[in-house]
Design a protein around this ligand. Sequence first.
Ligand SMILES: Cc1cc2nc3c(=O)[nH]c(=O)nc-3n(C[C@H](O)[C@H](O)[C@H](O)COP(=O)(O)OP(=O)(O)OC[C@H]3O[C@@H](n4cnc5c(N)ncnc54)[C@H](O)[C@@H]3O)c2cc1C
Length: 354
Amino acid sequence: MSTVRIIGAGPSGLAAAITLARAGRTVEVFERRHDCGARFGGDLQGLESFSGGDDVLNELRAAGIDTDFAYRAFSRGFQFNGVRADLHEFATPAFYVVRRGTTPDTIDQSLKRQALAAGVNVHFDASLDPAQAHIIATGPRQRRPYAVCRGFVFETDAPDLAVALLDDRAGLKGYSYLLVSNGEGCLCTSLWSDFRRVHACLAEARRQLLERWPMKVVNERPVGGWVHFSGRPRWSEGGALVVGEAAGLQDFLWAFGLRAALRSGLLAADALLTGENYTERADAHFTGFIKSGVVNRFLWEMGRFGSYRAPMAALRWRGAGRLMHDFYRYNRLQQFLYPIARGYVRVAHPHLTV
Ligand SMILES: Cc1cc2nc3c(=O)[nH]c(=O)nc-3n(C[C@H](O)[C@H](O)[C@H](O)COP(=O)(O)OP(=O)(O)OC[C@H]3O[C@@H](n4cnc5c(N)ncnc54)[C@H](O)[C@@H]3O)c2cc1C
């Protein structure tokens, strides 16, 4: 294959492009927006390490991806249900807060710089027929989202903070969150059902979070979007490999999909370079992550009754670090629960492929 053509210059597509170009391939990337990161508007996102394995930044560096974007390590955060606030501390960073968008400090622009330096040709405001592509990395593709997220970013003089608010009035079947990192804030709600309530949920999230953690909020800008999940990702289409959210790869519990998107882009590049079977490798790599996501979502939606007291008690009892590790490992309990969880998800989220 002389030239590799990739549709989509998001994290999954760019991770693949960088790896392929550094290995000497000619790489053409087609991005329908005007720039990398333009899907987002300065949102703060968590690049998670809590699902296990090596620290996510070490993992990226080991794969040859530079981490010259702005990030802050978070090894503590609050869980709040409107009444009780539990502080959870982790022995190592649970996640790194990064910025998404088109400003130079974002992870998106860092990946773009690395791609251009490696010789990748990125065509903006351009697309390609999937039949002509080797890698499809277009992000969410289904018409109906499985979760919707809305909120705003702002400037503040408050110290760094991470809070997850568990209250269905502020984030139906989901959660809302307040992140402050280096003088930037992000307050959002995420809903897994009845998306029409998003504005009411955001108002409630704002009220509860800023009442409990009052802070200066200056220069608010709206952010948000929707995410896609499939319990049976489609790793190939025609002759092309499908990566990231385009394949439906996403953490079904809380929508932390960034790490998996990057990993899948790296895997696809490796498969093209070595001739190994991408579908088999992606299945081996992600099946546990996807199935544990289905079980975790089932448990979460069961646990939401009674103001999320059960999940909060489980986190206190087991410790957040250990519980997260258990729940992303696809352990024996999850394997046992999987058929029940899948049946539940098929009924509760009928538009999803599970
Ligand atoms: C509001 C919100 C908050 C989130 N918060 C977190 C978080 O805190 N932590 C986390 O881990 N994940 C989070 N996620 C999920 C995370 O953003 C995604 O999982 C990740 O961006 C997926 O990367 P990707 O490369 O697969 O797709 P994308 O980032 O969507 O990139 C795909 C690219 O392809 C381009 N494209 C699409 N169609 C075409 C086409 N036909 N032709 C050419 N180009 C095309 C798009 O413009 C885009 O640039 C969040 C998502 C949303 C919406």
